[in-house]
Design a protein around this ligand. Structure first.
Ligand SMILES: NC(=O)c1ccc[n+]([C@@H]2O[C@H](COP(=O)([O-])OP(=O)(O)OC[C@H]3O[C@@H](n4cnc5c(N)ncnc54)[C@H](OP(=O)(O)O)[C@@H]3O)[C@@H](O)[C@H]2O)c1
Length: 241
C-alpha cells in the first residue's frame, strides 16, 4: 500500500498508544501512510485531533494507567472499527533518571505505572477481541534498558525488564492462536522524553545527534506489522549502526 490514506472502511485498523508525540506519533503517521486506519491514543487531546485530521483516523484520548479508561478505549475502537484492531502498538511511556540511592517513590511509581502496569493492561484488554478474530499483531515498545544496565535507570529498567518478562509469557500463551507479538527494544531515540535531561549538556548521556530518529523506529514498527501472516518477530532490538 502506498500514499497517504484517508482510512477506507476496509483498511486494517491500528491502535497506537503514545500517539501525541515521539515514537507513537511517528508510528501512527507511518502506518497511516501505509493504509492503516489509525486510532491515536494519549492524554493530550489537541495533538491527537490534528493527527486524526491528517490521517483520517480517530482521536481517542485516554489515560492508559486508568483501567476504566482502557476498557472504554477498547469499546470506542470496537464502535468505530466494528471489530478488534489488526494492530496494537503500545508506545505510551515515561522515563526518569535517578541513582538508586536518590530514587523518589513518585518516580518509581510513575515508571512502573505507565511503562509496566498500563502496558500490560492495554494488551490485556485488547487481547480477547484479537483472540476471537484469531488474528492481529501486538507491538510493545520496550527499550534497550529492558536488557542492558545503564546507571540511573533503576526505575525505568525495572519497568522495561518487567515488560520483557510479561512479553515472554504472552508469546507462550499466543502460540497457535493466530495472534502474534513483538517486543521492540530501541536504543536512545531523539524525542521529547529526553527534554528534562538535556542530554547534549550531560557527558553521561548520548548526544541527540547520535540517537535514532522517531521516524526510523516507526519504520521498524511498520516492518514488524507488515510481515506475512504467520510470521512473527518475537524480539527486535533496534540500534544506530
Ligand atoms: N526516546 C527514547 O530514547 C526511547 C528509547 C527506547 C524506548 N523508548 C520507549 O518508547 C516509548 C515512547 O517514548 P517516546 O520517546 O516517544 O516518548 P515521548 O515523546 O515522551 O512520548 C510519550 C508518549 O506517551 C504518552 N503517555 C504518557 N503517559 C501516558 C498516559 N498515562 N496515558 C496515555 N498516554 C501517555 C504521551 O502522551 P500524553 O502526555 O499526551 O498522554 C506521549 O504520547 C516509551 O515506552 C519509551 O520508554 C524510548
Amino acid at each position: 500500500m502506498t500514499g497517504a490514506s484517508k482510512g477506507a472502511p476496509s483498511s486494517p485498523v491500528a491502535v497506537v498508544t503514545g500517539a501525541s508525540r515521539g515514537i507513537g506519533r511517528a508510528a501512527a503517521l507511518r502506518l497511516a501512510t501505509a493504509g492503516f486506519r489509525v486510532a491515536g491514543v494519549a492524554r493530550s487531546v489537541e495533538p491527537l485531533e490534528s493527527l486524526a485530521e491528517a490521517t483520517g483516523g480517530w482521536a481517542l484520548p485516554c489515560d492508559v494507567t486508568r483501567p476504566e479508561d482502557v476498557t472504554a478505549l477498547v469499546q470506542a475502537v470496537e464502535d468505530r472499527a466494528g471489530r478488534a484492531p489488526d494492530l496494537l502498538v503500545v508506545a505510551a511511556g515515561v522515563f526518569t533518571l535517578s541513582p538508586v540511592a536518590e530514587l523518589e517513590s513518585a518516580d518509581l511509581d510513575l515508571n512502573l505505572d505507565v511503562n509496566l502496569r498500563a502496558g500490560i493492561l492495554t494488551v490485556r484488554h485488547f487481547l480477547p477481541g484479537m483472540l476471537a478474530r484469531k488474528r492481529g499483531t501486538i507491538v510493545q515498545v520496550g527499550s534497550v534498558s529492558g536488557r542492558k544496565a545503564f546507571p540511573g535507570n533503576g526505575a525505568y529498567a525495572a519497568s522495561k525488564f518487567g515488560i520483557r518478562g510479561f512479553h515472554s509469557v504472552l508469546l507462550e500463551e499466543l502460540r497457535g492462536t493466530g495472534v502474534r507479538a513483538t517486543l521492540l527494544e530501541p536504543a536512545a531515540t531523539d524525542t521529547s522524553i529526553w527534554d528534562p535531561m538535556n542530554p547534549d549538556g550531560d557527558p553521561g548521556l548520548p548526544d541527540r545527534a547520535a540517537m535514532l530518529r522517531a521516524e526510523e523506529v516507526a519504520e521498524v514498527i511498520h516492518f514488524v506489522a507488515t510481515r506475512p501472516e504467520g510470521v512473527q518477530i518475537p524480539f527486535l532490538p533496534v540500534e544506530r549502526s
